[in-house]
Design a protein around this ligand. Structure first.
Ligand SMILES: Cc1cc2nc3c(=O)[nH]c(=O)nc-3n(C[C@H](O)[C@H](O)[C@H](O)COP(=O)(O)OP(=O)(O)OC[C@H]3O[C@@H](n4cnc5c(N)ncnc54)[C@H](O)[C@@H]3O)c2cc1C
Length: 263
């Protein structure tokens, strides 16, 4: 982390926010969007790509990434259902409008480097689209003119979401591309298929001056890092990644193989 990055972080103090569920909807069969209104403890300043530790009624805390741009009023989260008796299942099945939620943060160093001038390669898997959405939308809102590529890895068509939203963004910004890639389509498809990092490897030949932002399942993030750093030669300091490790992963001591990039 450079001193400039540290400076950006210092301007966003840690907060303990009391929030209420303001909106709930299903993005896919297993990803729910949760929007929170901040009732006390704000203002909440964060950088696009950061996350917060959320505590729902009677549940242990879990980390979830903000999908909204920092200047938007409601906090937005995309939560994928994991275990049967787990926080994400509680969010899927029991969370209601008006429920209280405590959010602590901001956390994380895989945030948009706003001073960077150069192309952006963003790779998301599943609900990893949440922080990547915040990063891409913030970069576009700040008038970045370099190419911004967003590759979104999903299993099947039913796992792809916000396609209209990103198609509309691409129509408004000719420097932005959105490429969904299906790894396990159950029917024939017009979309790209295969693993998302392989689609990147096919398309992207040079990453001169670029920064990469990655978020999603640890296996996807690690494969993408191996490609970007190992094969395409992107300096580790230009790859900013959040692997969505579960508490079980953390207890088992899981860390990324390319730890040099974890600041
Ligand atoms: C920085 C960061 C950001 C994140 N952002 C998001 C986000 O934006 N959206 C999102 O959906 N997720 C995100 N996550 C993941 C999230 O924090 C939770 O880990 C996830 O929701 C699962 O929590 P859970 O309580 O539902 O499941 P858990 O109870 O933690 O279980 C997860 C899985 O592990 C299995 N499991 C549980 N205990 C064990 C055990 N002892 N041994 C073996 N297997 C076990 C369960 O069956 C289940 O399949 C993020 C994680 C990190 C670290």
């Amino acid at each position: 982390m450079s001193w400039l990055d540290g400076d950006e972080i210092a301007l966003r103090p840690q907060r303990r926010l009391l929030c209420r569920v303001a909106a709930l909807d299903d993005l896919t069969h297993d990803i729910r969007r949760v929007r929170l209104a901040i009732e006390a403890g704000g203002p909440f300043a964060f950088l696009a790509g950061q996350y917060a530790s959320l505590t729902f009624k009677g549940m242990p805390p879990r980390d979830y990434s903000m999908a909204n741009r920092p200047e938007e009023k409601l906090l937005e989260f995309h939560v994928r259902r994991m275990g049967a008796a787990s926080v994400s299942a509680y969010i899927a099945d029991q969370l209601c409008l008006g429920d209280p939620v405590v959010a602590e943060g901001p956390l994380g160093s895989a945030y948009l480097r706003e001073r960077h001038e150069g192309p952006i390669l963003a790779i998301a898997g599943g609900s990893g689209l949440a922080p990547i959405k915040a990063i891409v939308e913030s970069a576009l809102a700040r008038g970045k003119r370099h190419a911004i590529h967003l590759y979104f890895g999903a299993g099947d068509e039913r796992d792809v979401y916000l396609t209209d939203h990103f198609a509309a963004l691409a129509a408004r910004h000719d420097n932005f591309r959105f490429v969904p890639v299906l790894s396990a389509p159950r029917a024939s498809t017009q979309r790209r298929t295969g693993l998302v990092h392989e689609a990147v490897a096919t398309d992207i030949e040079a990453l001169d001056g670029a920064k990469a932002y990655l978020a999603g399942p640890p296996a996807m993030v690690e494969a993408a890092m191996a490609l970007l750093i190992g094969r395409l030669g992107l300096p580790p300091g230009d790859v900013h990644a959040d692997a969505f490790y579960t508490e079980a992963d953390k207890a088992a001591g899981a860390t990324m193989r390319f730890t040099a990039t974890l600041e």
